[in-house]
Design a protein around this ligand. Sequence first.
Ligand SMILES: Cc1cc2nc3c(=O)[nH]c(=O)nc-3n(C[C@H](O)[C@H](O)[C@H](O)COP(=O)(O)OP(=O)(O)OC[C@H]3O[C@@H](n4cnc5c(N)ncnc54)[C@H](O)[C@@H]3O)c2cc1C
Length: 466
Amino acid sequence: MVDRRYELAVIGAGPAGLTAATTAAGHGLDVVLLDEQAAPGGQIYRSIEDAPARRAELLGPDYRHGAGLVEAFRTGGAHYCPDTSVWSLGADREIGVLRDGRASLIRAQRIIIAVGAMERPVPFPGWTLPGVMNAGAAQVLFKSSGIAPAQGTVIAGTGPLLLLLAWQYLRAGVPVSAVLEMAAPGHFLRAVPRLPAALLAGHYITRGMKYLWQLRRAGIPVRYGVSGLRALGDGTLDVVEYLRHGRRVRIASDSLLVHFGLVPNMHLAEAAGCRHRWDEGQQCWRPVVDAWGNTSIEGIAVAGDNAAIGGARTAAHAGHLAALEAAHALGRIDARQRDTRGKDDRAWMRADLRIRPFLEALHRLPQSLLATPDDDTVVCRCEEITAGEIRRAVREGHADPNQVKFITRCGMGPCQGQQCVHAVSHIVAAETGQPVAGQIPLRARPPLRPVTIEALAQLEAEAAPT
Ligand SMILES: Cc1cc2nc3c(=O)[nH]c(=O)nc-3n(C[C@H](O)[C@H](O)[C@H](O)COP(=O)(O)OP(=O)(O)OC[C@H]3O[C@@H](n4cnc5c(N)ncnc54)[C@H](O)[C@@H]3O)c2cc1C
């Protein structure tokens, strides 16, 4: 049953979705904002409305910036559905939602998908051991409840979040044993030519240097050139092991927080059938969009990190542009008004995105980490499919991720491949010798969030003619 129809449905209440919903409501559109979190803010501004002042202070000024966005949204007139998961999206703009265990369908004339990014899952030996966790997930716990590893932690991987989290922990008095940077060898050299352009968005570099300097001053080792990461332990993490300068190093720890950069949360756009392409710079799949966020499917736009990793400020501007386009498409403003109102966003985004090529080169992941996990390493955590099983399927002639899925069930579990889509692409490419760009990524099939049979049956019953 279609519960309700809206002119615009925005999915995701991060900076992109909040700005899109506020802007569209400001142009008189009937807007609904759907988000599975309990409160607006998305990843970066999570719990911004009720974070105690001390915690907000520890998390830094970037975090506090979100308060204004959320306040504008709260008073902006958009209809807000928190605790609401979107579990399906069709090209006909029918949206399957789940709230309080009840599934329903809504429809909108236009949709802006603003579901952000997720941390790139990278399978490595021991990554499924209790005690190993994503750094972003640990940060979520800290933002929402002030929870941090009691006995200290090792932080490993690559990307700006590594230093940021270590710095936030340092300020909160959480012991950090080491920060292990695992970018591909030669990353500094590759990044240097991109530095002059990056300096035009120099505040990011200054901030990174500040974190690094304060960590070093506090005596926290920040190690570059790390590879061969392994999490070891009998049932739970005891030791973090890595290679550096040809030497194997071991650190006793019951907590390892890993982060290998962000990848767009592509599943809703994929489920709707939007065209995707491989982005070699960001080493990920992303939807093909035009300058207003329009995808290959009429009436469906994508904004924010969900379209390409650009950070929170760029996400907010992209949300503004997508909302202007919706207001234009629905007859509230003409093309000239849309273009004029979007001018500042474009200028802002151009300036802000100057840092990206530098960051992409600096934090580029080595192929050895992406494509060659040991045969025993689990790649699909839902169905417990190992790298060896994927390779065997490829050697048997299934040289495409979706064939591998069909044969092994990899990507068919509750997450519907969200966790393993990139790893499978890399392994298949390495095994076949063909570039990832030529593949079709694992297809997303609803339900994209677990939905009970009971909820689906009720949906059917409600839809049946009486
Ligand atoms: C774990 C993590 C931590 C991060 N921490 C930082 C940080 O400290 N500093 C920083 O500068 N950047 C950080 N980033 C990057 C930053 O979050 C993004 O650049 C920015 O938030 C992008 O904004 P967005 O609006 O595109 O998406 P997001 O802020 O990610 O918002 C997306 C929203 O979509 C919702 N959503 C997703 N799927 C569904 C669904 N199926 N149904 C309903 N709702 C859904 C989510 O609940 C979320 O609220 C982090 C990213 C991640 C993944």
